[in-house]
Design a protein around this ligand. Sequence first.
Ligand code: MG
Length: 379
Amino acid sequence: MGESNQQWPDAWSVAEREAVLLASYAMHSVNSRGRVYPELPHPYRGPFQRDRDRIVHCSAYRRLSGKTQVFMGELGDYHRTRLTHTQEVASVARTLARTLRLNEDLTEALALAHDLGHPPFGHAGEETLHVCLAQQGGFNHNQHGVMLLTELEQRYPGFPGLNPTYEVLDSQRRRASKDRSHPGLLEAQVVDAADSIAYDTHDADDALELGLLPLAELIEISLWKEAATRIRARWSNLEQRELERAVVHELVDWLVSDLLENTRRALAQAGLRHADEVEKHPRLVSPSETVAQQKRELEAFMYARVYRHDDVLQSRRQATARLQAMFEAACQRPERLPAFYRQRAEQCGVAKAVVDWMASLTDRGALLAYDELCRSSDT
Ligand code: MG
């Protein structure tokens, strides 16, 4: 049962507010299936507000500020970190949720949690940890996110992890599942869509600013060409950087509007009356087929020209070599792990505990640990 407000009679209860504002197929707080470790209701915060607040106050969330999104720190200081990407996803997701009359608190909680499990150094970090743990099933940032929420965060005396609601935990578990044909609640689908809009638009913005990509090439891609035509029709005398930034804003607005229109149509056709019915449908929050095709074209271009750029690959190779050396050194000397992970090594084995510890580190934390572990193991 949902957590409800009994102690502040003059305020609207969460249930009253949501009954007025949310669509029938949104996830209403009053219908939450609760938490693994039952808790008393909060006097004025709803269950998904509490989830959101717990995520914002946890250490894994703070450490996102020091973790690579795509471009590593040595390339410059304009580009997104894992934390600013997360905030941009939350911003887009809230707009989508509010317009579709979905639960904004739940959407925000899911958006802020969606990348919590990423290790340092972006995808290079994830791939390296996956290889390190090959014998034990590998490493996946979404699965690691589930472990942070349920076990690894240690902030509350009454339970391990953050004890999130069933809805937050189930949505994160579905992200970790190989079968993505049942993405779950509409609020979770909104976060997937917002993530995709955020990285499609902002990775190109970062790549232009970092000088990894000339505008002349990007503007041949249909999404960019069409958005640039609209901007030039409105402002004819923009300098290149002004044009680039205006196109990025135009793209976010266009992709969000297209997604909303297409999703509204799909929701009207589906005729849902309750959040439980979402499960029976394939993904309902999605862009139009035209825009989906244009997004795929942009993503293929970005993969070939930016994610495989020499400068990006060189940073990745260096990160991979250091993380591998760190893993081996830490496995040989587990007594040097922080106390929490030494204890964890006794429960789940040294390799797993070392990877959990490494995944927790920021890029800078990993470099410091590398210096300390690998330098001292040489002597
Ligand atoms: Mg993301």
